[in-house]
Write a protein that binds this ligand. Structure first.
Ligand code: HEC
Length: 161
C-alpha cells in the first residue's frame, strides 16, 4: 500500500457525509411530503372559498344565527369564472370579470361596476356599488380582508383554460 493512500474507514467519512447532505437535501425537497401539497396557484384560495371547500360564515338578513355551511357556498347560487364542483342552476348572476367589472345597472340602480371595496361591502352588508340593498336570498358573510381579496381576485381573473 503506498504511504499516501487514505485508510477507507478513516478521514473519508466527512466526505461521504458531505455528499449525502448535498445530494440528500434536494432529493428531500423534490420527493418530500410538501411536493404533493396543492399547487400554490394564485387563485387557489379564492377557488376554495367560492366552491365552499373553505367554509364562510353567512347569515340570512334579519337573522343572527349562522346558516348551515352547505347553504352559504357561492356555487349554490352563482356560476363563477370557471366551472366549479358542486355547481347548481344559478339563482344570482354569474360572478366573473365581465359581470363584476362592467358598468351595469344592477337591480334598477344607476350604472356601476364593482371594485374590491364595493365587493367586500356587498359580501358583508349586502349593499351594492349603487347602494342598492341586495335581495335577502343573498347571505351576508363574515369575511375578513384577506379572504375577501382572495375571493375577489379569483372571480375577476382573466378568462382562460
Ligand atoms: C342562497 C343563495 C346565494 C348564495 C349562497 C350566495 N349568493 Fe350572492 N347573490 C344571491 C342573489 C339572489 C343575488 C342577487 C341577484 C340579483 O339581484 O339579481 C346575489 C348577488 C350577489 C352579488 C351582487 C352581484 C351584482 O351584480 O350586484 C355578489 C357580488 C354576490 N352575490 C357574491 C356572492 C359570493 C361571493 C357568494 C359566496 C361567498 C355568494 N354570493 C353566495 C344569492 C346567493
Amino acid at each position: 500500500m503506498p504511504p499516501t493512500e487514505v485508510p477507507a474507514n478513516g478521514p473519508r467519512w466527512p466526505l461521504i457525509a458531505a455528499v449525502v447532505v448535498l445530494l440528500g437535501a434536494p432529493a428531500i425537497a423534490w420527493f418530500g411530503p410538501w411536493r404533493h401539497a396543492p399547487e400554490p396557484a394564485a387563485h387557489a384560495r379564492g377557488a376554495r372559498l367560492f366552491d365552499g371547500t373553505e367554509a364562510l360564515a353567512g347569515t340570512l338578513v334579519g337573522h343572527t344565527e349562522a346558516m348551515p355551511a352547505d347553504t352559504t357556498r357561492c356555487v349554490q347560487c352563482h356560476a363563477g369564472p370557471k366551472s366549479a364542483k358542486g355547481a347548481l342552476p344559478p339563482l344570482g348572476p354569474t360572478l366573473d370579470r365581465a359581470h363584476l367589472l362592467q358598468v351595469l345597472s344592477r337591480r334598477g340602480g344607476p350604472p356601476t361596476a364593482y371594485d374590491l371595496t364595493a365587493f367586500c361591502r356587498a359580501m358583508r352588508r349586502g349593499i351594492d356599488p349603487a347602494y342598492v340593498i341586495l335581495p335577502a336570498a343573498m347571505p351576508r358573510f363574515a369575511i375578513d380582508d384577506t379572504r375577501c381579496a382572495a375571493l375577489w381576485n379569483y372571480l375577476i381573473q382573466e378568462p382562460g383554460p
